[in-house]
Design a protein around this ligand. Sequence first.
Ligand code: PLP
Length: 458
Amino acid sequence: MPEVVGNAQIAGGNGTTGGAAAAVHGSRLDRWVDAYAARTKGMTASEIRALFAVASRPEVVSLAGGMPDLSALPLDVIGTMLARLVTERGRVALQYGSGQGDPGLRERIIDVMAPQQVSAGRDDVVVTTGSQQALDFVTRIFVDPGDIVLAESPSYVGALGVFRAYQAEILHVPMDDDGLIPEALEETLRDLSRTGRRVKMLYTVPNHHNPAGVTLSARRRPLVVDIAARYGVLVLEDDPYGLLGFDGGPLPSLQTLNPEGVIYLGSFSKTFSPGLRVGWAVAPHAVREKLVLASEAAVLCPSAFSQLAVSDYLDNHDWRHQVDLFRAMYRERSRAMLGSLADAIPGARWTIPQGGFYVWVTLPEGLDATAMLPRAVTERVAYVPGTAFYADGQGRRNMRLSYCYPTPEQIREGVRRLAGVIDAELDILRTFAPGTAGRPAAPGASRSGIAFPSPDIR
Ligand SMILES: Cc1ncc(COP(=O)(O)O)c(C=O)c1O
């Protein structure tokens, strides 16, 4: 990973000029290597992070990042609003606030969650620094080292990083085009209950999944909630993309099906601004108290400035219309990506997103998306290899392609370059491993034999 190399070089440089410490530690690159807490063993740089440095070069078409395209935001209006916030309410906006978050913003968050029918009042909401921090707090208060956390197969890389940091054992549960498979969840829980291991949580992204691009069907939602309840497993429902469906509103949340058994996480990152870092958790009363204590211990309070900025935006701007503009923009980009994939990459399969930012691709047999990445970057296109989204090394034949940030023209050019790289890889395979090379990705099966991807996939 580039940044690991970078760190090593910096630390090595210190080591050679650092006097006594250098003498004691010789050529070791990190003099504190024996001192780190055991939990840091799970903390490794994600493949996405390493990629950002390379993929942000202007000549590279990045289909890698999950950044919203903020060009659709009225920056002049927001600039005026922020200036007014400081001049008129600066003594509150620039001050410490409450650990649970600003009551006015919590009230507005209830409106924002109305389409998902989240069952909550403002006292049930805890504001966090992005939903990423809510993931951290929930894991902190529930997960002891060695506890099992269930996550979809594949799962959001940032959540896997949190679970690893708290030394959870992550087990994947298969999904298909309709999201998490209830029968597979039940089977996993049944098997685990026989071993006497404690399953603390089921982590799920039901809407426009990152990275799989699929949505948990209405039929499956009560089944998943019911199975988790029967086995006494808390559900952590992560929903940053719920409002970004291309057609129509979101399905009802899992939380509304069992408010005592589900923690719901939301975020303004994909519908307004990730830079303000405002997300939230809705949790049962007792859990919420613990989340507030975790927040106070970690940061005292979330940023008052960011919270009031979001409140002002919701009050003074037609945010629903803005969300509609984002939806239309991402719909057009998803079509550009799906259209060019269909033209360019025979033998591969991919999911068909109904919203959100991502397409999940399964490459023809014999190809390895991780090994192929440096060649892709040389050809000026970047993606995230599937292995980033598994805790157990699966995903070598998969890649996540994002259509959220590049323009439709850039997307088409990026897919064209990617197709060239895949073609060249297949040529090499045909030369050195004739027979297996380029066999199309089989419908309904992946390397692990799980039912992903399946019917709705090209
Ligand atoms: C599924 C999922 N959860 C959480 C997050 C974190 O979002 P936030 O910016 O609110 O911390 C992301 C960001 O990409 C995400 O995709």
